[in-house]
Design a protein around this ligand. Structure first.
Ligand code: PFF
Length: 471
């Protein structure tokens, strides 16, 4: 395997996705994850819905889509991991963006694995409820669970080990095979849950919470958070999509694939909010139980819905949490792959060794995060970004999503829009229509990547710095 991979990368004949849908499945697998199902519903809740959702949607369109396209383009052109890709297309100074990306990947994977570990216990609880009947968890039970340091260490370890297991098998056999089966099932179950949620009494309140914007309700820090989340949920700003694009067939349309990933991801995030808020507004006891610990929303509210309101919920609940686990896994895979592909390409390591070193380093970060949810006081009260963001885990989440990813993304827009050989863009995405006229999407992309996206990101960053709201 090692020789084959090495030989292939040396001969520029990089391993590719095995089927036409390979890229789209893996890329949407990377994008769709805890960001959609866990994080978006709870940060939208904190930012009072409506206006926050609008800012997020605007960021997805103006910033997310062009950067998604740009990252795939860089990856497919260079056929390399982010560090070497920038090196090849722009020179060694630009490769610093790649290094920033690798560092960001380590940080995100470090805390993401801890949250992902919660899907394991949710699955076990659901199995238990499905067999022995549902009893709503007592208030405070979730806080106790996340405060159990040993358990958190174990769960995140298991999750990283699973990720490493898939990664060590390579692109086609590992990543593609797993996502091909699991993503479509997850999608169907979510659609079913949305339809069922629409029958609940809290539906109207949920919809107005999500869709009626009132900008006076949007905390100033919400704007940066919405932009940061657009990066996070689309896996942008750190080279994950560069890495996945590097395994993409030259015949595929980058524009179409990029747009599809963005649309799928956004639909899923909104669907998750619809489901969760409908339950919160329908079942008063749920509202009480999440009020102390909104980070637990995904893990507290949904079992209630599944076991008390939804036909076949008893069967679906364990299945649902397995799938959430897999959605998280297809995201952790992409995070680790950024690190592993660098070790393989640059340090000439075997895939196995690279995986071990990548996952091992990440676990060191996970240890600090796992113990920062109540287990160790010093870690739990650690704070840079102020109230509501205490603890190593929240701090790293804010640092990575709201700062590291947008800064990485900003440099990607500047590089692709202003410094990279523009002919590469023409060749990769196709500048002309069949009749010889210039493609509309091409013009739009150029305008977005050169002006709209960088100005939007810069405006947000500058206004946060001068407003001194370091959230
Ligand atoms: N997009 C993933 C999610 O929404 O859960 C998280 C993520 C994966 C962020 C990969 C960044 C990344 F490179």
């Amino acid at each position: 395997e090692f020789r084959r991979v090495l030989f292939r990368s040396m001969s520029q004949n990089r391993e590719q996705w095995g089927s036409r849908v390979g890229f789209i499945l893996a890329a949407s697998g990377s994008a769709i994850g805890l960001g959609n199902l866990w994080k978006f519903p709870y940060i939208t809740w904190h930012n009072n819905g409506g206006a926050f959702v609008i800012v997020y949607l605007i960021a997805v369109i103006l910033i997310g889509w062009p950067i998604m396209t740009a990252e795939i383009l860089i990856g497919r052109k260079s056929q390399k991991n982010p560090v070497l890709a920038f090196d090849e297309l722009g020179g060694s100074n630009w490769s610093l963006i790649g290094w920033l990306g690798v560092l960001t990947g380590l940080v995100i994977l470090g805390y993401y694995a801890v949250i992902a570990g919660w899907t394991i216990t949710s699955f076990i609880s659901c199995m238990n409820w499905s067999m022995n009947g549902y009893t709503a968890p007592e208030e405070g039970a979730f806080g106790e669970f996340i405060g159990n340091g040993k358990l958190q260490l174990l769960l995140s370890f298991i999750f990283l080990a699973l990720t490493a297991g898939v990664i060590s098998k390579g692109i086609k056999k590992g990543i593609e095979r797993a996502t091909k089966i699991l993503m479509p099932i997850l999608f169907l179950i979510i659609v079913y849950m949305v339809i069922m949620a629409l029958g609940l009494p809290g539906r109207n309140e949920a919809f107005s919470f999500i869709f009626s914007p009132d900008f006076s309700n949007l905390p100033p820090s919400g704007i940066l958070e919405a932009v940061g989340h657009a990066f996070f949920t689309l896996s942008l700003g750190m080279g994950a999509m560069i890495t996945y694009g590097s395994y993409m067939d030259k015949k595929e349309s980058i524009f179409k694939n990029a747009a599809l990933v963005v649309i799928l991801d956004t639909v899923l995030a909104i669907a998750a909010c619809v489901i969760m808020y409908t339950i919160i507004f329908s079942v008063p006891s749920v509202k009480d139980s999440i009020s102390g610990s909104t980070v637990g929303m995904l893990f507290i509210t949904l079992p209630n819905l599944l076991y008390t309101e939804i036909p076949f919920g008893t069967i679906l609940a364990p299945v649902f949490y397995i799938l959430v686990g897999f959605a998280a896994l297809s995201s952790t895979i992409s995070l680790l792959e950024v690190i592993v592909s660098l070790l393989i390409d640059k340090m000439k390591m075997s895939r196995q060794k690279a995986t071990l070193i990548g996952a091992g380093t990440t676990y060191v970060i996970s240890i600090f995060c796992a113990l920062s949810l109540g287990a160790v006081d010093a870690l739990s009260s650690f704070s840079i970004f102020g109230p509501g963001k205490e603890g190593v885990l929240s701090t790293l989440d804010h640092l990575a999503s709201n700062w590291m990813l947008p800064v990485g993304g900003l440099f990607i827009t500047i590089f692709v829009g202003w410094f990279m050989d523009q002919k590469i863009i023409q060749d990769e995405v196709g500048k002309f229509n069949d009749d010889g006229s210039v493609n509309f999407t091409y013009n739009m992309f150029k305008f977005f990547i050169r002006f709209i996206a960088p100005v939007a990101i810069l405006a947000v960053i500058i206004s946060v710095i001068f407003g001194k709201d370091f959230s």
